[in-house]
Ligand binder design. Sequence first.
Ligand SMILES: Nc1ncnc2c1ncn2[C@@H]1O[C@H](COP(=O)(O)OP(=O)(O)O)[C@@H](O)[C@H]1O
Ligand SMILES: [Mg+2]
Length: 219
Amino acid sequence: MFLHFIWKVIKVFSTLSEEIQLNESFIIGKGGVKTVYQHPNYQSRCIKIAYNFSKKRPVRREILYLIFYYHYHKPFTHLSAFHGMCKTNFGKGAVFDLIRNYDGSLSKMLSDHIIDPNLPQLSPAQIVLLLDELYDHLIEHSIIACDPAANNLAVQFSEPECAKLVIVDGIGNPHFVKIADFSKKYAAKTIHKKWQKYVERSQILHEVLSKGKYKVKIL
Ligand SMILES: Nc1ncnc2c1ncn2[C@@H]1O[C@H](COP(=O)(O)OP(=O)(O)O)[C@@H](O)[C@H]1O
Ligand SMILES: [Mg+2]
């Protein structure tokens, strides 16, 4: 089983398709590490290209963990699936699910929903519900999100009134000793610590959490 996983990883990193032509008009987002482009051949996929080479390690880690989670049949309901590497005119890219809503529009990040009054307004109580649901899901399936910040959580509407959070960045266990990959208890500890740091102590979420009567998680 483990050798099969290693084989999958080697295959993913060595298979590159024909060169895909991108330009600035395909950009849909940019963070501190990657530029994200609409995939020209697939409406529901994006191509992520790292431009900050000092932070390539977490990018590789995320891909390895997405392959690992897929291989061990973890649910992808709250994750953006990885579809392999590709060659582009801007260098090597990684292909992921692009998160879209029921009407085909691009899903916005939770941070956008908090800052932008023009987006469908989610009440603080609704946001707290979405966060609670995501936290429970991560703990139940031992999915480690090392950076569950509001700008990495897409709010995906499957219907006008029905939303869920999808993590688009920061998956994987950042610790050198990988006990949390094989122990549910340690995985929960890691998830909880990151949740405290990026959600419960987040500046941008602070007001929403208090208005929405968020209850601090206890392990
Ligand atoms: N799968 C996705 N679906 C929709 N938008 C995305 C997706 N991935 C990234 N984005 C957008 O691109 C931005 C940067 O992507 P991200 O992977 O977080 O890069 P970085 O590692 O540089 O933070 C995100 O904040 C979001 O706005
Ligand atoms: Mg990000």
